[in-house]
Design a protein. Structure first.
Lengths: 130, 321
């Protein structure tokens, strides 16, 4: 809570995704806890990285919405889980929360993949300009 | 705006409620959608398409946002001597990038089409109209649209009381204040040789924008030749050379967006010459040596802001102001 003292902090993210296939390639590394980095993957491209450690233990909800549909996922206590989707089948909502490097959550109908990596070079950054 | 967008914002308790912050972010997204609908060159019903389809000399009334963007685009064209030019649209269409694929046009086609490139063929008519002065001129605001959106969003947020915000429009970053926890925002600069999201270096940023143009984004290959998506308004060809990316750090995201594209067209040395006339602009140029190593050249104004340089990359500061 130290990070939030005296402030309201809300994060809302909306991703406009170009339709393309979801790639399931990822790295396995022995990284845990706040060194984890969540990658939001659009096809073969990582559209966003979020260092879990930057949240300082706080929860954050992210909304992903585009022409293909709606997803919401939560980062809470070092884990990532999908909490809402209009994909129909809802398989992504039943997937085990991602906690370790290599864990993934996939919403195939929306071609959205959340995967945990642990590249330390990214963890101190808020965002990458490209 | 066919890109990844994220916005985070915060304000001190008592200054804004949680609902106010959420509403501010929602309004920012509405603004983005509105700009997108006005500035689309692929949507025939957009206001920009209407202007592009107008006859030479015919004045078209524009929404205020689009008018402002065209006015800014023309101003940036003048500042860059045409290295950034929004009338590159007819060249973009010729290469068919972003449409139904891409192709390499014939030289004769390029030469004919280049006659329709030139920002002086846009006539801005206050208070809110514009005209093109030659049939066939097509305005493409892709080189400035994100920066323009960032400028409007940061203005909106500041007016509402937001004190800390990170606005990321497809890698085009603007920040308000510091991080909510204190200290500058840390913005990575993409490593041109690696997958998106992997930085080569980083910039500490407060109340500024960090905007990158690079040749690694949206490339295509024909007969073994790789073509980029940034076109030189002088010859209509995709740019080439050893400059892999240009990152502009400045308070005005509109200038940052246009300049980053212009710098890619001008190349490193000519860009540095231009920066000498722009006192509030700093930049990072990433080139690739013949051995493949990445070399970072940053203006001296960034010497206290740049860090986290990846192993193997060479960093040099140059005096520009």
């Amino acid at each position: 809570m130290e990070r939030l003292d005296g402030a309201i902090y809300k994060i809302v993210a909306v991703i406009f995704l170009i339709s393309c296939a979801v790639s399931a390639s990822f790295l396995y590394m022995d990284v845990k806890g706040d060194a984890l980095v969540l990658e939001v993957v659009n096809g073969e491209k990582v559209e966003r990285t979020i260092a879990l450690g930057d949240l300082d233990g706080e929860s954050a909800i992210f909304v992903v919405s585009d022409d293909m549909g709606f997803n919401a996922f939560v980062i809470d206590e070092g884990a990532v889980r999908m909490v809402s989707s209009d994909c129909g089948g809802g398989d992504c909502l039943r997937m085990t929360p991602a906690r370790s490097v290599g864990d993934i959550i996939v919403c195939l109908p929306h071609r959205l993949m959340l995967r945990l990596t642990g590249e330390s070079e990214r963890r101190d950054l808020d965002v990458v300009s490209y | 705006m066919d890109t990844f967008i994220s916005i985070s914002a915060s304000a001190p308790v008592g200054q804004m409620s949680e609902g106010d912050v959420k509403k501010c972010i929602d309004d920012a997204f509405d603004l983005i959608n509105e700009l997108d609908s006005q500035m689309s060159i692929t949507d025939p019903s957009s206001a920009l398409s209407a202007l592009n389809a107008s006859k030479a000399g015919e004045t078209t009334a524009l929404p205020k946002e689009l008018y402002g963007a065209i006015e800014s685009a023309k101003e940036m064209s003048e500042i860059t001597g045409g290295a950034y030019d929004p009338t590159i649209g007819s060249i973009t269409v010729l290469w068919r990038y972003g449409d139904d694929g891409f192709r390499v046009p014939e030289r004769s086609e390029l030469e004919r089409t280049l006659a329709n490139v030139g920002y002086d063929m846009i006539s801005v008519v206050p208070p809110r109209s514009a005209a093109i002065t030659k049939n066939g001129v097509k305005i493409d605001l892709g080189g400035i649209a994100k920066g323009y959106a960032s400028a409007l969003i940061t203005k909106l947020m500041r007016e509402r009381g937001v004190t800390n915000a990170l606005i990321n429009l497809g890698g085009n970053v603007a920040v308000i204040g510091e991080r909510p926890a204190g200290g500058p925002w840390r913005i990575g600069v993409q490593d041109p040789a690696r997958e998106r999201g992997v930085p080569l270096c980083a910039v500490e940023a407060v109340n500024t924008s960090v905007i990158t143009a690079g040749v690694y984004e949206r490339v295509f290959e024909v007969d073994g030749v790789t073509y980029t998506h940034i076109y030189d308004p002088n010859d209509g060809m995709p740019i080439s050379g050893d400059l892999k990316s240009a990152t502009v750090v400045c308070d005005d995201p509109i200038a940052g967006d246009a300049l980053s594209t212009a710098f890619m067209v001008l190349g490193k040395d000519r860009s540095i010459e231009l920066i000498r006339s722009l006192p509030d602009v700093d930049a990072i140029f990433i080139t690739q040596s013949p051995t493949g190593a990445m070399e970072i050249t940053a203006t001296e104004g960034l010497s206290s802001m740049i860090g986290k340089v990846s192993k193997g990359a060479k960093l040099t500061f140059i005096e520009a102001h």
